[in-house]
Write a protein that binds this ligand. Structure first.
Ligand code: WQD
Length: 340
């Protein structure tokens, strides 16, 4: 029997890659998205990748009546919940909007699921729920904390789900803590597509590679790391998507709730990423050393062994693949835009 999954935020960066991975794994998937942070043609591109029509519910998770209509339209075996606000810096300027979308939106979703008797949820969490530490790689049992409203909403989300599941054994959840998603779909039809100047490292470097930005600002080169620049655990977005499929399958087939890091267990520096992108695009990429960015940590990468033990998940793609797939995506996108 084909399992049907609802993917909230399914037209977004990680959501769209997860849609493709779920279809490849044999799931029947519907997208729920308000398209505030997603290009309108993503479903069309997903139809090209999967060869199947894409069911889209244009819906805001802050609209309980609309959510009820979506759950009345079909029976779902599970939900993967991506729909959220996700920029750390912005969350400091708009705390109420972040708490409303990320926490009230989650509560609305859980209530709609309960009313429809859908009790499997994979929750998109974040490595930012870990308190600053010097104990790397970071295991799931490390101290939790938050240095931003964004991180607060992700930690609250995890705890809301845990409380709901503790009160009703019908619920099964997969909380997935990402480190730094990067890269693009190997078809070059999906990828990060920020309309403004990106905060994150790889999409910024990509705009330097296409000439849209003059040079990368390296935020500090005096950190206690091998080359002095910040170290992070970058994971290919297609590996991340596959991790969600394995997590959801674990819930549906075995009912094992879990909280897991999805990372590579390998740290890469800013200059490692810049050099890898230079190799991918075939040109030297200019950079200037700039002051440290407030709130940045020097080093941050996760222990992925629990995901491997429970789900058999290992990241398969390294930094060169992330950069090569990102470069293919941005090259195709700029060629497409160049054609008007
Ligand atoms: C990575 C490194 C910067 C940009 C973000 C989100 C967080 C989480 C993971 C969702 C750091 C350096 C960056 C630039 C630079 N996402 N950098 N110049 O800060 O680790 O975390 O992704 O859960 O919410 O905030 O990622 O890509 O911004 O930075 O030197 O122009 O690159 O200092 O060392 P970060 P990032």
């Amino acid at each position: 029997m084909t399992r049907k999954i609802l993917l909230t935020g399914g037209a977004g960066y990680i959501g769209s890659h997860t849609y493709a991975a779920l279809c490849e794994a044999g799931y029947d998937v519907a997208i729920l998205d308000n398209f505030d942070n997603a290009r309108p043609d993503v479903p069309d591109r997903l139809e090209v990748i999967t060869g199947k029509p894409v069911t889209v519910h244009r819906c805001d998770i802050l609209d309980p009546a609309a959510l009820a209509r979506v759950f009345a339209s079909d029976h779902f075996d599970g939900v993967v919940h991506f729909a959220a606000r996700k920029a750390v810096g912005e969350s400091q300027r708009m705390p109420l909007e972040y708490i409303e979308t990320n926490c009230t939106g989650l509560i609305n979703l859980l209530k709609a699921m309960r009313a429809a008797e859908v009790f499997n949820i994979v929750f998109s969490s974040s490595a930012t729920v870990y308190a600053p530490t010097t104990d790397w790689p970071i295991p799931e049992g490390a101290a939790l904390g938050y240095a931003s409203t964004y991180a607060y909403t992700k930690l609250m989300g995890e705890q809301i789900i845990a409380q709901v599941a503790a009160a009703d054994p019908r619920w099964h959840y997969g909380v997935l803590r990402y480190f730094n998603p990067a890269g693009a779909h190997t078809s070059a039809l999906l990828g990060e597509d920020p309309s403004d100047i990106p905060n994150n490292l790889m999409p910024y470097i990509a705009k330097v590679a296409t000439g849209e930005l003059p040079a990368l600002n390296v935020f500090g080169n005096d950190y206690p790391t091998p080359d002095g620049t910040g170290v992070r655990d970058y994971i290919h977005v297609m590996d991340l998507a596959r991790g969600h499929v394995l997590s959801l399958t674990e819930l549906i087939e075995r009912g094992n709730s879990h909280t897991l890091n999805l990372g590579t267990g390998q740290g890469y520096s800013v200059l490692d990423m810049l050099n890898a992108y230079s190799r991918a695009c075939g040109k030297e990429l200019p950079y200037v050393v700039a002051p440290r960015r407030e709130g940045d940590l020097d080093c941050y990468y996760g222990d992925p062994t629990k995901a491997e033990a429970l789900l058999g998940f290992r990241a398969e793609r390294g930094l060169d693949a992330m950069c090569a797939d990102s470069w293919a995506w941005v090259s195709r996108k700029s060629n497409m835009r160049g054609q008007g």
